[in-house]
Design a protein around this ligand. Sequence first.
Ligand code: ATP
Length: 270
Amino acid sequence: MTSDTRQPLLDAREVTVRFGGLTAVDAVSARFMPGELVGIIGPNGAGKTTFFNAISGVTRPTSGALSVQGRELAGKGPHRFAAHGLARTFQTPRTFGDMLVRDNIAFGLKFAGRRRREYLFWGDEVGVPWVLRTPDSILGLIGLSEQADLPAAAITPSQQRLLEIGMALATRPRMLLLDEVAAGLTENEVEEMARLIRRLRDELDLTVVWIEHAVTTLLRHVERVIVLHQGRKIADGTPAEVVKNAEVIEAYLGDEMGEAEEHSEEETTA
Ligand SMILES: Nc1ncnc2c1ncn2[C@@H]1O[C@H](COP(=O)(O)OP(=O)(O)OP(=O)(O)O)[C@@H](O)[C@H]1O
């Protein structure tokens, strides 16, 4: 891999999270550069969500360092991470069911509006990309315009996931952490979701980190993938590199990886 001398948007160094005697995340280091689309995979219980929780301030790491755009944030709460441009989704969408879809987005925008001036990445309101300015423009971006006036509880599970992404975008982040946003979706919906994620990254110049169980889909859409196993990072590279990694095959073998390899070969020969 070529070395990148720019400042990472997020730099995790030797991050460890222990729950009693269990080490859920074991000295994981990873750098996320501006504009990158990175996947995180690993078997159940590998520590993916716990790592996400650590890098978004939801869980305080037992040890290790975390800097966001050069600012040291390990030990700070989720609001500080959000104020520095991180937004995330959760495995179970956290939308407000009684509120209208549009008002759920407005709630996120209110948070962005309260952010202290020094943390405004777009300089000022005028610099905010137009697609992130109003609830309706955000709903248009994620394809939920027609559902704007429905209570959030009335929309389908796949639309709930889109809404959660919309709420995260409303905070006008620089980095978007997606935790299994394709879980429970049909194959077509998963592909649409993947296309949306790429488009958001491209149009908004976001850094996106995406955990997903649908490994084959993930590997087709990300440029880099990190593999966790028993809390440790066992691989970090392009999808083509990772699917050939002996430790990954051993730890995470399965039809999924074989299938993914076939796809990545198809793509490189296409
Ligand atoms: N709050 C907690 N208290 C105690 N143990 C926890 C807690 N959260 C996670 N764990 C444990 O930490 C380990 C890593 O869990 P984590 O949810 O991060 O894995 P994961 O890779 O996201 O798994 P999955 O793919 O099933 O979502 C597991 O053994 C889990 O049981």
